[in-house]
Design a protein around this ligand. Structure first.
Ligand SMILES: [Zn+2]
Length: 174
């Protein structure tokens, strides 16, 4: 069973009063005026391209979407800029150093972890790296990599539709 985060706020986190408007957004506590907005969390994704115009895809090593395709990336930490997050996530997942990144597109996404679904805004960048030589899969997070031109079959194997749409957008801009 999965549940949207707004449905999990049955009680006020500040005063514990039970809400009479379950899943209302924003959450407003009638007892203590506590307000919480279920705004999307920011995440970044990198379309990393080599000199042959081939793209780097990863096979996800964990859920959600274990075994399915994805792009390097992840959630933006508090206090972090998108560009900084992109460099950090790409380094963590692939050991590659992004030398140049350009904004490409963004798509809404949803992310379900341990039965709770949150809204996410995925922001995608086209990335260049100084070399593909250090390519190493982050243990537990990344199963393996695939470098190549995306095929229809591959586009059907993405864990997240937002990632597939970003690749399609990239291809439409070439
Ligand atoms: Zn309250």
């Amino acid at each position: 069973m999965t549940q949207h985060i707004a449905d999990a706020f049955r009680f006020c986190p500040r005063c514990s009063a039970e809400t009479k408007n379950l899943a209302a957004s924003p959450f407003r506590c009638a007892e203590c005026d506590f307000v919480f907005y279920f705004s999307p969390v920011a995440a970044v994704g990198g379309i990393i391209v080599n000199s042959n115009n081939e793209l780097l895809f990863l096979v996800r090593g964990c859920d959600p979407g274990k075994g399915k395709l994805g792009l390097p990336g992840g959630f933006v930490d508090s206090g972090e800029a998108l560009e900084t997050s992109l460099l950090r996530e790409v380094m963590e997942e692939t050991s590659l150093r992004v030398t140049r990144s350009n904004y490409l597109c963004s798509f809404p996404n949803q992310y379900t972890y341990r039965g709770i679904t949150i809204d996410v805004l995925d922001v995608f960048f086209k990335c260049e790296v100084d070399s593909f030589e250090p390519l190493t899969a982050q243990p537990g997070e990344v199963e393996s990599f695939h470098i190549g031109r995306p095929t229809e079959e591959m586009l059907g194997r993405f864990a997240f539709e937002s990632n597939r749409r970003a690749v399609e957008f990239f291809l439409s801009q070439e």
